[in-house]
Design a protein around this ligand. Structure first.
Ligand code: GCU
Length: 609
């Protein structure tokens, strides 16, 4: 084949380099993935339902009176008296029960403010199968989980919002098994999140627990997306666990009449092939069925193809400028309940966001449940996903950095194939100090290494107010490390009246897009009065009206995310007659009643192309 001129060669080589460079870097990511991809497609035995529990505020089931680790008397032994005189001061089977998935705070009045340890026990029958591996998979446990199976310690995990798994093929028995989990949601200085947060510290096994059944050699992970520079090129990799040499794998997209056969090297098969998928957009959230097979395993997924990038102050989706019309959401169920436990609850919140005219949601301030991300993608809603590096984190502590990195990488690992997710956020409202800059710089690098195809961001509140009539300046050092700058700004609430907001001007030291990642104010739904009467719906409405006028004057603004869709519980909100343990900045009350500001924002989003 005769090539006309060298520039074409250069381009092809560059693309090849990019691909292989990207694929090479991804090889590391593939090698280190900790959690199996796409459990929805897996055969599983789910252990949801009522679990026996023991409330143990002094961790008496774990430490003895000299604070030494218990062995024989540890509650993880699930001991039963053998003879009448046996003294065993705990008994799961006659103690309280809690539902899994679910937080404990809203299941029992006496646990409403509880922070500490609760032991969970679940007995279940299991049928073993030869040639099968069993993975014990927790979708999330807040905060520190220590896991025992049939009296043997399996492992532990810190972090309340990302999945973790253990291979329990050896420990799982035919017939009755006893799974015990020590769950501790005490806040710690070195934790992620740390000691203070403006949301309820819901404790418990808050998401589902499964025994996943997979073949000896199984497809543990994969990544598929279009090439950023050439959306007619689909590329990625497939990872086989316990692989055989030169394992044969394939990827098929029936609707595109595509099937590509590959040979895995060291369990990883990389691919790059031409195809012309319809690109995923909020108006047309097109998903394709993808079938991935190896010699002994098969998984199916629904994947959308799109490109996301920035160009100066613009955010480009599939090469076209987009304005993100958004709202923030906490993972709290509507109608006064606690943590979300069903996809119906996800659908209600996302349905309200759609009704608002949103094409974007900021899922604050931690990784939300996987179904929420998948539902948003199906509904054509773009997603900002975040790790709870929030407020006064212990930035000097290497363990804290490792913890944050693990949560970030696990969030990316779980949701990397979701087209709806466009932004990974590494932090929220952290003080602009050197240790923080270094900590977050590292996190942005980890995020890029784990996923070079998406935008990295953080929510800042370090904007410089330079006095009356002076523009507000965005100058935070972190602006250097992120692709998109999030600004949390409460003009009209913390420290100012709503009206003057309309005249506030802004400057941006970076040639990068800015999203107003939080704005708004509180109101008690149903409380009415003059626009200058705080806590009335009219006051909140005035905040929205004047902030919206301010937004229209910010030429580098490429998105907004109102704080917040729904009133939510927070132990920091202690004005009993108004807040009653709730942050009232929702534009919808916790009971689902819309406030005036909901319609103000709806009108704006409907008017905004
Ligand atoms: C902060 C913070 C939120 C908090 C909000 C508020 O900006 O990021 O988590 O709830 O302000 O004060 O209501």
């Amino acid at each position: 084949m005769h090539i006309k001129n060298s520039s074409i060669l250069k381009v092809i080589f560059a693309v090849h380099l990019l691909c292989t460079g990207w694929l090479f870097a991804q090889n590391d990511v593939a090698q280190n993935s900790r959690i199996i991809q796409n459990i929805e497609s897996r055969e599983k035995q789910t252990l949801d339902g009522l679990w026996q529990t023991i409330i143990d505020p002094l961790e008496n089931g774990y430490y003895n009176h000299q604070y030494g680790l218990r062995t024989k008397k540890g509650f993880f032994n699930n001991k039963k008296p053998k003879k009448p005189s046996d003294l065993i001061e705990y008994d799961f089977d006659s103690d309280y029960q809690l539902t899994v998935p679910g937080d404990w705070n809203t299941q029992m009045e006496k646990l409403y403010y509880y922070e500490g340890t609760i032991w969970y026990k679940r007995s279940f029958n299991f049928k073993k199968q030869s040639g099968q591996k069993e993975l014990l998979y927790f979708e999330a446990v807040n905060y520190h989980a220590i896991v025992y199976l049939n009296g043997e310690k399996i492992g532990e995990h810190k972090g309340g919002f990302t999945p973790f798994q253990f291979d329990v093929t050896e420990q799982l028995k035919e017939g009755e098994n006893v799974l015990i989990v020590k769950v501790d949601n005490q806040r710690k200085k070195e934790g992620i999140p740390t000691l203070n947060m403006d949301w309820w510290n819901y404790g418990g096994i808050t998401r589902s627990v499964h025994i996943l059944k997979v073949p000896e050699q199984y497809i543990s992970d994969y990544s598929i997306q279009v090439n950023i520079d050439n959306p007619k090129l689909i590329e990625g990799w497939i990872k086989v666990e316990n692989y055989k040499a030169n394992e044969k794998v394939s990827i098929a997209i029936p609707e595109l009449k595509k099937e590509v056969k590959l040979t895995a090297k060291n369990g990883i098969a990389e691919f790059s092939f031409k195809a012309s998928p319809k690109l995923w957009t909020p108006d047309n959230p097109k998903l394709y069925t993808i079938q991935i097979s190896s010699e002994t395993d098969k998984v199916e997924d629904r994947i959308g193809f799109r490109t996301i990038e920035t160009q100066g102050h613009k955010i480009l989706l599939n090469g076209e400028e987009i304005f993100l019309k958004g709202v923030c959401i906490h993972e709290e169920a509507p109608y006064g309940l606690g943590r979300i436990t069903s996809n119906e609850q996800n659908q209600i919140l996302l349905g309200w966001a759609k009704e608002l005219g949103s094409n974007f949601v900021r899922l604050a301030h931690y990784t939300h449940n996987e179904a929420m991300i998948k539902e948003a993608e199906k509904m054509g809603i773009l997603v900002w996903a975040e790790v709870p590096v929030y407020w006064s984190v212990d930035f000097e502590n290497p363990e804290t950095l490792q913890n944050a990195t693990t949560q970030l990488e696990d969030m990316i690992a779980r949701d990397k194939n979701r087209a709806g997710v466009i932004l990974w956020s590494v932090a929220n409202e952290t003080k602009e100090i050197d240790t923080r800059n270094q900590f977050l710089k590292t996190l942005t690098e980890k995020a890029r290494a784990a996923d070079p195809t998406r935008l990295i961001t953080a929510a800042l509140n370090s904007q410089k107010k330079k006095g009356k009539g002076q523009p507000v300046g965005i100058e935070d050092k972190l602006g250097e490390y992120v692709d998109v700058i999030g600004i949390n700004n409460y003009c009209g609430w913390y420290g100012s009246d709503p009206k003057p907001c309309r005249d506030v001007k802004w400057t941006n030291s970076y040639n990068k897009p800015v999203i107003m990642s939080e704005f708004g104010g509180g109101a008690l739904q149903g409380m009415h009065g003059e626009p200058n009467e705080i806590w009335t719906e009219e006051y909140q409405e005035a905040i929205y009206e004047n902030n919206i006028l301010m937004f229209e004057n910010i030429e580098f603004l490429s998105g907004t995310a109102a704080w917040i869709l729904k009133d939510f519980r927070s132990p920091r909100r202690t004005l009993r007659r108004i807040q009653n343990d709730h942050n009232r900045k929702g534009i919808i009350s916790e009971h689902g009643n819309k406030k005036l500001a909901f319609y103000t924002l709806q009108e704006y989003y409907r008017s905004k192309k």
